[in-house]
Design a protein. Structure first.
Lengths: 333, 429
């Protein structure tokens, strides 16, 4: 594969000394998000791991202003912050809502839907660690089928599939929607930067591994993130205006079993149950695949980034982004 | 004599040079026009009867370009308050309005707004809590929010609604606490009265643009509301407590300042009516005060030494004013348009509480009336006075007035036409 060279913005906005666990995906996500957005950013954080990670009074690791808000209010509080800044003539500062899966998929879904429908002009990043990790690993609607949590014990693991938050948001026809992974910082940063330049509601769903919650060693966070993509468990995609789907990374298509076997939260699963998960992942992938325009060529992998094919894909993305911006402005009147 | 003063103040108020125009508007619109005059920058609201006309009018005002504000039409009252919190921490002046169930849904964020020390102003049109569904007035909705750290005002007239919204921003931005202005559903919210709207430039002098003492600022990054341990939480709560204590003098000052500029005053936290030589005084709030004024006039004309204290502000509670009143009256009756189940009317509890450690403690009687929009008429108030004057001590902690259930005779009787059979005097204290 050769050595990967990341070209990340050098400014480290997020300071060391935060309260994250080793190997925390949510913390890498914040680091990359702030690299992408810069210091003229305000972060709204509802109840989630990041309520703790940023540090207790009087400390704050974020390096930008942080407003801690109630569990279900990331999207509504961020709407207010943006409106308040706008009303005072500040159209430059980026407003970022930064929430976990519980605050996004569950208790904050109503406020999220409201802000998406109103096409509020801010970025919402959901770092999805697939359970209520801050309160001690309870199941959320983002917890995948078969997973152990403290409220879905191994003898009766989660019986329901993960909620498809992407399709919910795509149905809101928001100008920009993407998934991202801590295994691909350059892709994540590019997507967050793209989001920054689009007016209207932007949602980025980040796969955020949690060593204590998923039961794996912290040094495997990136490996597991990569396997989630390669196994098609977590496809890297972009959706413009809720309609125009693009794949950011063609998965190698490794067995889901390989991904599952890395994590203690799936240890209790038998072959039959793993088979169900594989079937679900395959089915979901086919459904997603069908949404990509058949003639569209997509960036096949990071290794192809220097090819002309990828360049044309980038050009197309820029055009689409411009259109999206135009549509967003139009919808705002 | 005091009556004449009040009438003169009101009449002078309507002719005052600060007036731009006098309009006949309903209570909800009295709030909307004040929001415009206060140059509010962000409005976030969700519809609920009977609040809706506050924000309907505001959306017209904003759409017509008469107010340069962002109006966020949110998907719930919870989000309305969250938007107000977000915009207020960014430094903007924020407003919302609600009623009853909507206020209850906001409860968590009422704590958040006060704990964040944000000067948000909210109009609550008092409506009874369901079930059973009711859209009519009582005060259980706002009084259930007693301990959230919001100042609470209760308006008697549409003019007072307009004036209190203007005062509220000044008070809120001085003490860094949010203010709730309550007005009675329909009795005030949908009743038209003449309202003097002041000139914008005089309002601007009285209420300049907000200068936030703290806000989110990318050039000075700070975290707000982060985790705090037992070593400092209590001190932050003490500061909030102190701010609410300090609000008493700020309310009085702002009311005096308002009177100078606009010619109208509401007495600060309370307004007294015929209390100077009164032996028996009724304490009540909101529109029932106007009704009680009529009843007091009637009883005075029959020679009964009765008076009235209007509780304009419930939080902070007017401790000094109530204690001062207690020094020279024999009996205090409190008429509550609310009930705390397992206890009594809420204002009655609070009145007794502030008098317990006072040197002068008259007998205090609790009356519950007007729940769920049950009409409070001059007869209702006179019934209460008849009970007060014919009892030395209350027979029970809560006398429910004009109750229709047969097993609940609480002993309040219609006031006899001539006053025959009513004790005429308790003797001067």
């Amino acid at each position: 594969m050769g050595q990967i060279k990341y070209q990340l913005p050098p400014d480290e906005v997020l300071a060391p000394g935060h309260f994250a666990c080793p190997g925390c995906g949510a913390t890498l996500t914040m680091r990359y998000a702030l690299k992408a957005l810069g210091r003229k950013t305000v972060v709204v954080i509802p109840a989630c791991c990041w309520s703790v990670i940023d540090g207790p009074v009087p400390y704050s690791a974020a390096g930008v202003p942080v407003f801690h808000t109630a569990f279900e209010t990331a999207a509504s509080t961020a709407s207010g912050v943006k409106a308040g800044l706008d009303a005072q003539g500040d159209h430059e500062t980026t407003v970022l809502a930064f929430a976990g899966d519980g605050g996004t998929f569950d208790i904050g879904l109503q406020a999220l839907s409201g802000a998406a429908e109103r096409n509020e002009d801010f970025i919402y990043i959901c770092y999805d660690n697939e359970a209520y990790m801050n309160t001690g690993i309870q199941r959320s609607s983002a917890t995948p089928f078969g997973a152990w949590t403290t409220t879905t014990p191994a003898v009766s693991p989660k019986a329901e599939k993960k909620k498809n938050i992407i399709e919910i948001l795509a149905a809101h026809r928001i100008p920009y929607l993407a998934t991202a992974s801590v295994a691909y910082p350059d892709d994540m940063i590019a997507k967050i930067r793209k989001a920054k330049d689009i007016r209207g509601f932007k949602f980025i769903h980040v796969f955020s591994p949690c060593p204590p919650g998923w039961k794996f060693e912290p040094e495997d966070s990136i490996k597991i993130s990569r396997m989630a993509i390669e196994s098609k468990v977590f496809p890297l995609i972009e959706i413009i205006d809720g309609i125009d789907y693009a794949l950011s990374k063609e998965p190698d298509g490794i067995p889901v079993r390989d991904y599952i076997k890395m994590q203690g939260r799936f240890r209790h699963l038998n072959d039959e149950q793993i088979g169900i998960i594989q079937a679900n992942v395959t089915e979901d992938w086919e459904r997603l695949r069908a949404k990509f325009a058949p003639t569209r060529k997509v960036s096949r992998s990071r290794r192809d980034e220097s090819t002309g094919e990828n360049k044309s894909s980038q050009t197309r993305n820029v055009t689409r982004t411009k259109n999206a911006r135009k549509r967003a402005q139009k919808s705002r009147g | 004599m005091m009556e004449k003063n009040v009438a003169n103040t009101k009449r002078d108020g309507l002719l005052h040079p600060s007036i731009d125009k006098v309009v006949v508007i309903e209570g909800t619109h009295a709030a909307s026009h004040a929001v415009k005059l206060a140059r509010v920058q962000v409005i976030a609201a969700y519809p609920i009867t009977p609040q809706t006309s506050v924000v309907e009018k505001l959306s017209e005002i904003v759409s017509d370009g008469d107010l340069d504000a962002k109006f966020i039409k949110v998907e719930s009252e919870h989000s309305a308050m969250a938007c107000c919190i977000g915009s207020s921490i960014s430094g903007a002046r924020a407003f919302t309005a609600t009623s009853s169930q909507g206020l209850a849904l906001m409860h968590e964020l009422l704590h958040w707004a006060a704990g964040s020390r944000l000067p948000i102003v909210m109009v609550n049109v008092n409506r009874a809590m369901a079930p059973p569904w009711s859209i009519y007035v009582d005060h259980n909705d706002s009084l259930s929010q007693r301990d959230t750290g919001w100042l609470q005002f209760y308006a008697e007239s549409n003019q007072e609604v307009t004036d209190t919204v203007l005062q509220a921003y000044k008070i809120a931005e001085t003490v860094s606490l949010p203010v709730m202005i309550n007005l009675d559903a329909f009795v005030l919210s949908h009743t038209s009265e003449p309202v003097a709207l002041p000139k914008q430039e005089i309002v601007d002098e009285f209420l300049p643009a907000r200068k936030a003492s703290f806000k989110i600022d990318t050039s000075d990054p700070k975290a707000f509301g982060a985790l705090i341990g037992p070593e400092a939480y209590m001190e932050m709560r003490y500061k909030l407590y102190r701010a609410m204590e300090d609000a008493r003098s700020v309310i009085r000052e702002v009311d005096r300042d308002f009177a100078e500029k606009f010619g109208r005053s509401y007495g600060g936290l309370v307004e007294e009516y015929m209390t100077e030589d009164a032996e028996t005084v009724l304490i009540t709030s909101a529109t029932a005060v106007s009704t009680a004024r009529i009843a007091v006039d009637e009883l005075r004309s029959m020679g009964f030494p009765v008076g009235l204290m209007k509780l304009r502000v419930f939080r902070p509670f007017p401790v000094d004013e109530v204690r001062e009143l207690a020094k020279h009256v024999r009996k205090i009756g409190v008429m509550d348009r609310n009930v705390s189940f397992g206890a009594t009317g809420i204002i009655y509890q609070e009145t007794k509480a502030v008098l317990y450690n006072a040197a002068d403690r008259p007998s205090v009687f609790g009356f519950i009336a007007g729940l769920g929009g049950r009409d409070i008429t001059p007869e209702t108030i006179k019934e209460i006075f008849s009970y007060l004057m014919n009892h030395d001590e209350p027979e029970s902690e809560s006398v429910w007035v004009s109750l229709k259930t047969s097993d609940a005779d609480q002993g309040a009787r219609p006031f006899p036409e001539t006053g025959a059979g009513i004790r005429r005097s308790e003797g001067v204290k």
